[in-house]
Design a protein around this ligand. Structure first.
Ligand code: USQ
Length: 382
């Protein structure tokens, strides 16, 4: 299959590109290094300096003999994206090309505007490139569980049936996101749904929870192939941050009470889910929404698990509750359905003590590179 990976330099994009290339697909990755630049601007560089995309592709080629085509281009620029669609004629496009950080989007006007412009324009351009050049192409779009927020009712998989004054209809599940970044994903979904209804394109919107991990089947061949592993307050997701904090001897930074529940998944399961979506595409005129996570945890539970696994291997891990820099519920109901991907064949890698221990040991190899100044939250909501 010809697979175009937009945002192919990212934490998910690069492992996705390797995954599909290793399995015999024709893969082209596109990126404009937005995240790398924003990370540099905000002093949030990854734990290990990752080679650039051209270098990554040649290292991958040297160890596997497989090719990944690289293009440095900006997906929020329609003509740059059009050219790539005309050249490559993808059968599947995996769209990760977004500013992915909630805290970054909450720094101020400039950062919010950059997030809004980049994310909405990239999605809008992908839709139009598909409509104009490859109308049969399956769009796999990375959404987020954060689109739903934390409602006081069960979270359905994308859609809800509503009875009102004796009549009923099916609607997108109500969304109420907690950051501007998450709100751009809500707007993306609305754009996609509009163009699915009007033009009959085929779309899978993957509502993913926070991802953790630094290894996939392809990263073992050369340590330079590892994903960008962020542990700072802006680009680091919570469990990855806790792993680094545990290794650095920093008490784990639980924001507020720590009762915030989210659905989590291992990076390896992101790849499985995207592969499943790719192999079993949405139909023409369908917006298929899948909730992409394997287990629910509160922040406090996550911290406890890291403490236990860390202490088992001789780290001295402690916890701290710090003032929550975000505006979010710290105790709430949370029950999100996630049967779709399991029914399609997902075999979850769960967060066992052994899994945490293995990740901690990997991080310990890079202990000397941890910059403790990057850990405490710098961005406050509102
Ligand atoms: N949190 C802490 N301590 C920390 C960092 C975070 O308690 O040191 C808490 C946050 O307040 C939040 C939860 O952990 O309640 C998750 O935070 P996160 O930073 O791991 O996740 P988030 O900002 O929501 O964003 C991440 C990715 C984003 C993705 C999203 C999925 O950066 O790209 O869309 O996870 S979800 O959270 O389901 O919306």
């Amino acid at each position: 299959m010809r697979i175009l990976v937009l945002g192919g330099d990212g934490y998910l994009g690069w492992p996705t590109a390797m995954h599909f290339s290793a399995r015999g697909n024709e893969v082209m990755v596109v990126d404009n290094y937005l995240r790398r630049n924003l990370a540099r601007e905000t002093r949030s560089e990854a734990l290990v300096r990752n080679p650039n995309l051209h270098e990554r592709a040649s290292i991958f080629n040297a160890v596997t003999g497989k090719k990944i085509e690289v293009r440095i281009a900006d997906c929020s620029n329609a003509s740059e994206l059009d050219e790539l669609f005309l050249e490559f004629h993808p059968e599947t496009v995996i769209h990760y090309a977004e500013q992915p950080s909630a805290p970054y989007s909450m720094i101020g006007y400039r950062e919010a505007q950059r997030t809004l412009n980049n994310n909405l324009n990239a999605t809008f351009n992908v839709i139009w490139s598909v409509i104009r050049y490859v109308p049969e192409c399956h769009v796999i779009k990375l959404g987020t569980m954060g689109e739903y927020g934390t409602p006081n009712i069960d979270i359905e998989e994308g859609w809800i049936d509503i009875k009102h004054n004796g009549r009923s209809d099916r609607f997108l599940f109500p969304r109420q996101a907690g950051s501007l970044y998450h709100t751009t994903k809500v707007l993306d979904t609305d754009l996609l749904w509009f163009y699915v209804r009007l033009y009959g394109i085929r779309v899978t919107d993957l509502m993913q929870g926070p991802v953790y991990g630094l290894e996939t089947a392809e990263t073992g061949a050369d340590s330079q192939l590892m994903p960008n592993f962020h542990y700072d307050d802006i680009f680091g997701t919570v469990l990855n941050r806790f792993l680094v904090q545990a290794v650095a001897g920093i008490p784990l930074t639980i924001y507020g009470k720590g009762g915030q529940v989210r659905g989590y998944l291992n990076l390896q399961d992101t790849l499985q889910c995207v592969e499943l979506a790719c192999r079993q595409p949405a139909s023409k005129g369908e917006l298929r929404i899948l909730n992409q996570f394997t287990e629910q945890f509160s922040v406090y539970e996550l911290a406890e698990r890291v403490r236990e696994a860390g202490n088992d291997i001789g780290l001295k891990v402690s916890l701290q509750h710090i003032a929550n820099p975000r505006k979010e519920k710290e105790e709430h109901y949370y029950n999100a359905k996630h049967a779709g991907l399991i029914e399609m064949g997902l075999k979850p890698h769960l967060l066992t003590g052994d899994v945490i221990e293995r990740m901690l040991r990997r991080v310990m190899e890079y202990r000397s590179m941890i910059d403790k100044e990057k850990v405490l939250p710098r961005v406050r909501w509102g």
